[in-house]
Design a protein around this ligand. Structure first.
Ligand code: DGT
Ligand code: CA
Ligand code: CA
Ligand code: ZN
Length: 584
């Protein structure tokens, strides 16, 4: 038995309990199973090993594992199944792995759909939605039914693709393990992951070693591996516990650069590069760059390959065959000045526990400063028309300004040289008619004002565009947050004329946000590129509701790079004082 297998079973149990059991204490049970799954997922020792050495007592020493769970683990080790799990799947014979991928339908909705319509698979769900039987269930509506239909279509389009942020920590963990393994000279994660694409089809790992067989055996035995799909002398293909595939490729050291180039892709970039090589009388493949007489002239590192082809080293995020080869030809003396991963000085979109965040303003600020090295954050709590999030009214906003002023003194004590700044701000709601839900003379007392749409998503394109244009023209609004409202794989976003918004942003000096939450990444790459070409300034923000979310900034920076944004285009690469001066 492998840890990943039992993690999978425990997660299924947590999900199924919510559908099958009507007990008010269900939620504690669910959390217990989820917590145990998390703990086991992060263990570096196999449970089976612990069990064979120290029995059930050994299992109980693991945090979060008590009597009930340890006997379930024992049962699984001995019988390779758990009676309780089987009981649940008999009770509700739902194909839940299908529904895991349907973002937006949780176990509670599924419970109702199962009880009312006996829906157990996505195809049945699709049939029910197309026949209009979902909207007739109490608590559902035509809009909910349409949304379900849209979600099914989206999940079909993105079949089997994983959000970058969902797989990022797992991939980094595997990478660091391989990097420190004996016998591995170099290791790189390549493919779409290296290009920081929003979604990842499969993970591609490249290693160089003198002992391919040993490395491949180490790789296929990693605790995350659920199934070995294929194994050869220089490659292996496995599936991890969460279902994502991983390609491992093993190359000799002298081809590590050319193989990195090849397996980073994308395919179209590779084809163009190969054609360029041919036009210069060379031959390029994953083993190296060769002359007509098959003499190898580059291969150990990527830089060499690009340089021999008279190109600067092209950043991986730009390798999409969309003009980068022309741009980076050495004849061009220009330096792009792409925004880089260490460039952000602050974050202009964060929430505190005063509304729907989960930490105090002070804790948000201290962690931003001490853990993430930022110099400032703006606290952008929601405003009054967002009742679900306890939005602030005018009076409460004014109180918050005072509180923030005091906190700025507390946090900084006497150390003037390392001054951290909390900006007073808000994420004001743009009402249906394009006006903010807080009056302008209060907004003008804030340091920075962000605005976003949280309602009336289905207005026509013209009206929705006018709504945002009006917000951009408002002299008190500095930044439009998550301008298109899309959620990757889940919601396409409201329909707007993005070009028109970009033009208006330029004319009114309104900043557009790149929201770094990996579910949003809004603006998307092509819109970032258009904004940058049109001289619009951007802000890369985390939308943190907890300090751990500051880590999302990394995804926003990747997105900005894929949109060719330069450091100069991003206002939160500026110092706090300069930043305030560039706002309208
Ligand atoms: P994904 O996995 O769908 O998110 O996207 P990628 O880009 O990671 O694609 P993948 O895993 O199929 O292949 C990794 C890289 O290998 C790809 O970016 C470029 C290279 N590659 C794969 N197939 C071909 C091919 O037929 N021709 C060329 N020139 N390169 C290829
Ligand atoms: Ca891939
Ligand atoms: Ca692949
Ligand atoms: Zn927000």
């Amino acid at each position: 038995m492998k840890n990943v297998e039992i993690v999978r079973i425990f997660r299924e149990i947590a999900y199924l309990i919510q559908i099958a059991e009507n007990d008010p204490n269900t939620i504690y049970k669910v959390r217990a199973y989820e917590r145990v799954a998390d703990v086991i997922e992060n263990m570096s020792t196999e449970l089976e090993e612990i069990y064979s050495k120290s029995g059930i007592k050994g299992l109980r020493k693991i945090p979060s594992i008590g009597n009930a769970i340890s006997s379930k683990i024992e049962e699984f080790i001995k019988l390779h199944k758990i009676a309780y799990h089987e009981e649940l799947t008999t009770k509700v014979p739902i194909n839940i792995s299908e529904f895991y991928n349907l973002r937006g339908i949780g176990p509670m909705t599924l419970k109702i759909l199962y009880e009312k319509l006996k829906i157990t698979s996505i195809s049945q769900l699709e049939k029910a939605a197309s026949e209009g039987s979902i909207k007739r269930i109490k608590g559902f509506s035509k809009m909910k039914e349409d949304n379900i239909m849209k979600m099914i279509q989206l999940s079909k389009q993105n079949k089997g693709r994983y959000l970058l942020g969902d797989v990022y920590p797992l991939i980094k963990k595997i990478e660091s393990r391989l990097r420190t393994e004996d016998g591995i000279i170099h290791c790189a994660i390549v493919g779409s992951f290296r290009r920081m694409k929003e979604t990842i089809g499969d993970i591609d790992i490249l290693v160089s070693t003198k002992e391919p067989e040993k490395v491949i055996n180490f790789f296929i035995k990693m605790p995350e591996v659920a199934e070995i799909k294929g194994k050869g002398k220089t490659k292996a293909f496995v599936e991890l516990g969460n279902g994502i595939g991983v390609d491992l490729l093993v190359v000799p050291e002298e081809s590590f650069g050319s193989a990195s180039q090849y397996f980073t892709g994308n395919k179209e970039h590779n084809i163009s590069l190969r054609n360029l090589a041919v036009s210069m009388g060379f031959h390029l493949n994953e083993w190296g760059l060769f002359t007509k007489k098959k003499r190898k002239i580059a291969g150990t590192n990527e830089q060499q390959i690009y340089n021999k082809l008279h190109l600067q080293l092209i950043p991986p995020e730009l390798r999409e065959n969309s003009g980068e080869i022309e741009y980076f030809s050495n004849n061009q003396n220009e330096i792009l000045g792409l925004v880089d991963y260490g460039d952000l000085k602050g974050d202009l979109h964060t929430h505190s526990d005063i509304t729907d965040g989960t930490m105090s303003i002070k804790d948000m600020a201290l962690q931003a400063k001490n853990k993430f090295g930022l110099d400032y954050i703006a606290i952008t709590d929601h405003t009054k028309s967002l009742r679900l999030a306890n939005g602030l009214n005018e009076k409460q906003l004014l109180e918050q300004i005072n509180k923030i002023q005091q906190l700025n003194d507390v946090i900084n004590e006497s150390k003037a040289d390392t001054r951290f700044r909390i900006f007073s701000s808000a994420e004001v709601n743009i009402l249906k008619d394009g006006t903010p839900d807080i009056v302008n003379n209060v907004l003008d007392k804030l340091d920075i004002v962000g605005a976003s749409i949280h309602s009336h998503f289905s207005l026509s394109k013209d009206i929705q565009t006018e709504r945002l244009v009006k917000a951009a023209k408002n002299p008190s609004i500095d930044i439009l947050f998550h301008p298109t409202g899309r959620l990757i794989n889940k919601r396409t976003g409201y329909s707007i004329d993005v070009e028109k918004i970009i033009n208006t942003a330029y004319e009114t000096k309104t900043v557009l946000e790149i929201n770094s939450n990996y579910n949003r990444l809004d603006l998307r790459d092509e819109h970032i590129r258009l904004a940058v070409q049109n001289g619009v300034k951007l802000a890369i923000n985390s939308d943190a509701h907890h300090p751990v979310h500051f880590a999302y900034l990394l995804f926003g920076i990747g997105q900005a790079r894929r949109g060719w944004a330069k450091k100069l285009d991003i206002i939160n690469t500026l110092k706090a004082d300069t930043l305030l001066k560039v706002l309208k």
